[in-house]
Design a protein around this ligand. Structure first.
Ligand code: F0G
Length: 355
């Protein structure tokens, strides 16, 4: 007999705003692997570093958004919503579209035209969402979403929706359960600043409940061309190749600021070059394919190790927020690879292989 499948909401029910009558909408989210780095610490010159990657790209739609979306859509159904809407740099829309399909809800997604990775657009189409590409950036699309939601009565499932971050905090519970303690540091990309806030909620709760003697220092990383929190002011025209975190006015700015300060951590930024280096190393040295934005966590860790802000013998979890397959174009763009076809004969093949 098959083992009983326990949804993320079921597993952490006591910490989430649901009751026994709540009908859960689940796609099998959560319970993602925490994988120990084996080559990178020494390769980076910090052999004593205890480094783990939380592979959130292994969620059903390929990103951490599924943790919050299972709860947001569950509650939308419970509240008899007529439909849901979000603005997105891609992952929220993929997740919203999938959970809406599962729940039988209409789903509208607004994407910043020209700045969403191919796989994410494909997901929204495939799950049957009403996809609208907006001639403006994410921040503008989110303003429009708020107006439409007020006018037309559809439920927002961006992280303005209070259930999103509540669901996302479960990732912190998993990290603690897997390690048997809280790590010293958590490194995480920052876009709309919701995920860092959600992790902080989770770690803080487990600490307050006495499950861990400490809580990790939260180190969040914006992209340098899109770093409102670092500069302390809204960025009108954010620019970065890490399109998932191309956001100039984060919704959870205050909570994220507090998460970093209260925990003894820091919000900083990393350049596109640093992000791409980390992205390449993850693939080549650890066999991990995450999307470029996700690699901001490792890029940030490397920066803080080099600057002595994080000690070389610390226990660190880097959150890798999204799956590399969402963005199949970047590896070809950034690597000098020859993809010309070769004659189908042995000698031609041996020559190309260097034998
Ligand atoms: N990493 C990935 C892969 C993301 O898609 C996002 C956000 C982040 C990190 C940043 O997380 O916003 O909670 O600080 N993506 C949103 C979206 C904005 O629309 O999919 P955050």
């Amino acid at each position: 007999m098959a083992a009983e499948i326990v949804s993320l909401i079921d597993k952490y029910r006591e910490f989430l705003p649901v009751d026994l009558n709540t009908k859960i909408v689940s796609l099998g989210e959560g319970d993602t692997p925490l994988v120990k780095a084996t080559s990178l610490p020494a390769a980076l010159g910090f052999p004593k570093l205890n480094l783990y990657f939380k592979l959130e790209g292994l969620n059903p739609t390929g990103s951490f958004k599924d943790r919050g979306m299972t709860l947001a859509i569950t509650k939308a159904v419970e509240d008899k919503a007529t439909g849901v809407i979000c603005a997105s740099t891609g992952n929220t829309s993929a997740s919203a579209a999938a959970f809406s399909a599962k729940a039988g809800l209409a789903c509208f997604v607004l994407l910043p035209y020209g700045y969403v990775a191919l796989g994410k657009v494909a997901q929204a189409i495939h799950y049957g969402a009403k996809l609208i590409q907006v001639k403006g950036n994410f921040d503008r699309a989110l303003e429009l979403v708020k107006e439409i939601s007020a006018d037309c009565g559809v439920t927002i499932v961006n992280s303005l929706n209070p259930f999103r971050l509540e669901g996302q905090k479960t990732a912190a519970f998993e990290v603690v359960e897997e390690l048997g303690n809280a790590p010293d540091y958590l490194c995480i990309p920052v876009g709309n600043a919701g995920n860092i806030s959600a992790y902080r909620r989770g770690f803080k709760l487990f600490h307050e409940l006495g499950r861990t003697p400490s809580a990790p220092k939260m180190h969040g990383f914006e992209a340098a061309g899109s770093a409102p929190m670092v500069h302390g002011k809204i960025v009108e025209n954010p620019e970065t190749l890490a399109t998932a975190i191309r956001i100039g006015n984060p919704v959870s700015w205050k909570e994220a600021d507090l998460a970093a300060k209260e925990s003894g951590g820091k919000i900083d930024c990393v350049t596109d070059e640093e992000i791409l280096d980390a992205y390449k190393w993850l693939g080549a040295k650890e066999g991990v394919f995450c999307e470029p934005s996700s690699a901001a966590s490792l890029a940030g860790l490397i920066k803080h190790l080099k600057e002595g802000i994080i000690p070389g013998d610390a226990e660190v979890v880097c959150v890798l927020t999204g799956n590399g397959l969402k963005d199949p174009e970047t590896p070809q763009k950034i690597n000098a690879v020859n993809l010309d076809p070769v004659e189908a004969d042995l000698s031609a093949l041996k020559k190309v292989m260097g034998f």
